[in-house]
Design a protein around this ligand. Structure first.
Ligand code: CMC
Length: 436
């Protein structure tokens, strides 16, 4: 962060003296006005619900140019990472800042692979849940519970603890997601198998049973790995900001990541792929392609709360580069599985086409986001709809950890504490109960 060569001047119409505020430049992207001294100098706060105009931190991890439709992890375009790297290389990149060479890749992969098992006691904890519990409810609980199982890595201020908890979280998330799934369907858990890739091992833990051999399909393995890469980080989104805010109190990394999982669950964030697929099912049940026009009408109606799920993004106002890659993966998976004529995929493509030509969506710069197609891919792979957000959480864990660790290492970091514009009652006295 460097001082820009200009300053901002804030003046007031009531004769209060104007104040000058420093401006900082990043390496790319918009400059920021430093308002930290604003309250001290003026007795005023800024008002920015939803943080539409607020940079809450400096970060060197992920950069998004919403107008260009560009996503960079540590400077590398997402398209190149998706083509040339696997998920664990991407994890290394996000955590450490550079891509691993062959030796580094091998030792990082070994390290993650040898932490995939969870404490055996976790399965008894899992048994406390109802079998029909939503996997995200289970995951929030299981991930929070990791801090009760791994006492030796809970000090966020200790770099070694941060390092080992990072590896544990990345390694154990697939195991926990698969356990949550198996528990729901009443099948035995499958222990991780260390000779498989990260994605291959996850597929086996999800879909194998102890009764027969399971062979990982390389096309599905690659597709899943790509889903993980595309969801690995997305700068200061709601769940990442939640992890940072939660971690800023000095809580342990497992608790902070559990907070992120809880935030991700919401339909406006990670829950959107589930919501997008349910929307496609609804349209299909009501008559399919022929009903798209009617559905779009409802979406555009100001009095209805219906949204085109999987469309729109707070930052991308041109296109979501992840959506393009996901559409390509979608084609590959459906072809591999002989589902090219899948009616839901055909419906999604038609819906996208119509929406992209419609003035309502064009004028608001609403384009398909990553979740529009990721649900179709996951459904084709056999992942149940209510587990989609769990897969997102699994992939995003590395981003959350990288951001959390970056925050702890930032000399400017403070406990997060937003202010408010109070609109409630001024001071008043409690009347006796008979007079209320
Ligand atoms: N369908 C219909 N209208 C929409 C949609 C949509 N999906 N998204 C935004 N709009 C309209 C909105 O009603 C508003 O219209 P108007 O100006 O007439 O009031 C305008 O577009 C601007 O919307 P906004 O709500 O101010 O935009 P936002 O930046 O606050 O919201 C969003 C971004 C992602 C929450 C929203 O687009 C949305 O709810 N999309 C559907 C859910 C979804 O797909 N979310 C996944 C996001 S990508 C995964 C991730 O990174 O988490």
């Amino acid at each position: 962060m460097k001082l820009a060569d200009n300053k901002a001047t804030l003046s007031f119409s009531n004769g209060k003296p104007a104040i000058e505020l420093p401006v900082y430049s990043g390496n790319i992207g918009p400059d920021v006005i430093d308002i930290r001294k604003l309250y001290g100098q003026t007795g005023m706060f800024t008002y920015d619900p939803g943080f539409l105009s607020t940079a809450s931190c400096q970060s060197a991890i992920t950069y998004i140019d919403g107008d260009k439709g560009e996503l960079l992890y540590r400077g590398y375009p997402i398209e190149q990472l998706a083509e040339n790297c696997d998920f664990l290389e991407t994890c290394y990149l996000l955590l450490k800042g550079s891509l691993p060479n062959a030796t580094e890749k091998k030792s990082f992969t070994d390290l993650v692979t040898h932490h995939t098992m969870v404490n055996e006691q976790m399965q008894f904890f899992l048994r406390g849940f109802r079998r029909d519990a939503h996997p995200m409810a289970i995951l929030t609980g299981l991930i929070g519970a990791l801090s009760a199982f791994y006492h030796d890595s809970t000090d966020i201020n200790n770099p070694e603890h941060r390092e080992i908890s990072a590896i544990r979280l990345i390694a154990k998330l697939p195991t926990l997601v698969a356990m949550a799934y198996k528990y729901g369907i009443g099948q035995p858990y499958m222990y991780p198998q260390n000779n498989l890739s990260y994605a291959g091992n996850f597929l086996r833990m999800m879909f194998a049973t102890p009764c027969e051999e399971y062979k990982v399909n390389p096309v599905i393995e690659k597709a899943l790995d790509r889903i993980f890469i595309l969801h690995a980080d997305h700068e200061q989104n709601a769940s990442t900001s939640t992890v940072r805010l939660c971690g800023s109190s000095g809580t342990n990394p497992f608790a902070a990541i559990a907070a992120g999982v809880a935030c991700l669950w919401g339909p406006a964030h990670g829950g959107a792929n589930e919501a997008a697929l349910n929307m496609l099912y609804d349209i299909q049940n009501q008559g399919g392609v022929a009903k798209i026009g009617e559905f779009i009408k409802q979406v555009k109606d100001k009095n209805s709360s219906v949204k085109l799920m999987g469309f729109g993004h707070r930052v991308y106002k041109n296109y979501d580069p992840r959506a393009k890659l996901m559409q390509q993966t979608c084609n590959e998976v459906l072809t591999e599985l002989g589902l090219e004529k899948d009616p839901l995929f055909a419906l999604a493509k038609e819906l996208e086409k119509i929406a992209l030509e419609d003035e309502y969506f064009v004028s608001r710069k609403l384009y398909p986001n990553v979740d529009f197609y990721s649900g179709i891919v996951q459904r084709a792979i056999g992942i149940p709809v209510n587990l989609f957000t769990g897969i997102f959480a699994l992939a995003r864990t590395v981003g959350w950890i990288a951001q959390l660790n970056e925050m702890i290492g930032d000399p400017e970091y403070k406990i997060g504490r937003p202010r408010q514009l109070f609109t409630g009652s001024p001071r008043r006295d409690v009347p006796p109960i008979a007079k209320r």
